[in-house]
Design a protein around this ligand. Structure first.
Ligand SMILES: *Cc1c(COP(=O)(O)O)cnc(C)c1O
Length: 433
């Protein structure tokens, strides 16, 4: 018997002791069918599975790995920090330095608090918004994901003006009823809601670059209308920058659109591959938090020295190498390579890109700005492409509605590799169509 256990064998063991075999549902490959790959190591742009197969990785752990896997400066920082102790449950230097970085980088932010995930960040920002305004209701948008806190796992009701309904079993309908779900790209419904009930709304939360249900690039005018209406009615605008923060640039999407929110949430990139989230805002708002104010929020491992060191090292590498400029150029190079071959493809597919975030959108016509513009055949068209790319050593997200990420570990040669494999995959898909 071989002493090498295959991915399939490992995953079989996983399904016996972990629900669905995974620690987070999208990893289970349900959207493309088949079993997930069990990975053994990552280095730069590459992943290696337990069988030793190599993949060029464009998932990047769903966003955090902006420098690629196991970047030497991040690993050094993590090793050094852990030798000095993995947690103090007390303030540490790296936490204060990372906080200064966030405050100095992001527009309108004067204070930041660290947590351990993006979910905690948005959950805490909503609590803070409710505490600061004394109002309970919040507005979110269909197609935006803000982690899995109860009041954010809410889908649109049957009509635009109905209250939200729970998007998950276990979420009380009463919680969901405090969350109203609107369409992206629609200023009119925002104005209508605010003119009717603006004085009851604590906050509007939005991904300014929605990247969790395809990449739904928004018009500036839409985001501007959120800013205007919230300001007019004394509600807070929360930019969920868990993906876009420190990925589009040090100012996130707020800098790109030149719109300053009241609160912003971070995760992914600022943790440099370790579990970190953060929420931040103006001083007067952040002072409403305990211990100075009445809104409670806490975390045993928050501001953890090892995680803070990874985040800090990541931001330092990005700054020292003009990483964001390089990533934008790389994104542009990707576009140059993929556009012609996608245009010539035997099935409808287009590239949507913002900076180093890209999405293979499996439909023609204008790029969608909200989920209800999705073409129903998209997921079916993606599945064979995904598997063909995988066979050719390219790891894209196992879902038609997840985006891809470029990192500073990717070079033009890797983009060529992706383009060649994609061209072949599209040809095969054309033959089988
Ligand atoms: C990933 C993500 C979250 C949740 O972060 P976790 O660390 O997975 O809890 C929240 N908001 C956005 C925009 C995200 O992309």
């Amino acid at each position: 018997m071989s002493d090498i256990e295959t991915s399939k064998e490992w995953f079989g063991r996983a399904t016996r002791c972990i629900p669905g075999g995974v620690s987070s549902p999208v990893r289970a490959f349900r959207a493309v069918g088949g079993d997930p790959i069990v990975f053994a190591e990552g280095s730069g742009p590459e992943l290696r599975d337990v069988e030793g197969r190599r993949f060029l990785d464009f998932v990047g752990s769903w966003g955090p790995l902006i420098l690629g896997h196991a970047h030497p400066e991040v690993i050094d920082a993590v090793c050094e920090a852990s030798r000095r102790g993995t947690t103090f449950g007390a303030p540490c230097r790296a936490e204060i330095e990372l906080a200064e970085h966030v405050v100095d980088s992001y527009p309108g932010i004067e204070a930041v608090r660290f947590v351990s995930s993006g979910t905690e960040a948005t959950m805490s920002a909503i609590r803070l918004a409710r505490g600061a305004t004394g109002r309970d209701r919040i507005i979110k948008f269909a197609g935006c994901y803000h982690g899995h806190a109860d009041h954010l796992l809410v889908a649109a009701g049957s009509g635009l003006t109905t209250f939200g309904r729970p998007d998950s079993a276990g979420v009380p309908a009463d919680f969901a009823s405090l969350t109203q779900v609107l369409h992206l790209d629609d200023e009119d419904s925002i104005e209508a809601i605010f003119s009717r009930e603006g004085d009851q709304i604590a906050a509007v939360i939005v991904e300014p670059m929605p990247a969790n249900h395809g990449l739904l690039v928004q018009r500036r005018e839409f985001l501007e209308s959120l800013r205007e209406q919230t300001k007019k009615y004394g509600a807070l605008l929360i930019f969920d920058e868990v993906i876009s923060g420190f990925r589009l640039g040090p100012e996130g999407a707020a800098g790109l659109y030149e719109i300053t929110p009241d609160l912003a949430t971070f995760g992914k990139v600022i943790g440099g591959g370790l579990p970190v989230g953060a929420f931040a805002g103006r001083r007067d708002l952040m002072d409403v938090l305990a211990p100075d104010g009445p809104v409670y929020q806490a975390g045993t491992l928050s501001g953890n020295p090892v995680a803070m060191a990874a985040g800090l090292a990541t931001l330092r590498v990005l700054e020292a190498s003009n990483g964001w400029g390089q990533l934008e150029r790389l994104g542009h190079e990707l576009e140059i390579r993929l556009r012609p071959l996608l245009e010539a493809a035997p099935l409808p597919v287009q590239l949507v890109r913002q900076g180093s975030v890209f999405w293979l959108c499996m439909q023609g016509g204008p790029a969608p700005r909200r989920p209800h513009q999705f073409n129903p055949g998209a997921a079916d068209r993606y599945q064979p492409l995904f598997y063909s790319l995988l066979e050719n050593g390219i790891y894209l997200a196992p879902s038609a509605f997840e985006v891809g990420f470029l990192s500073l570990a990717h070079h033009e040669g890797h983009l060529d590799e992706l383009a060649t494999a994609l061209e072949r995959a599209l040809e095969e898909a054309g033959k089988n169509a």
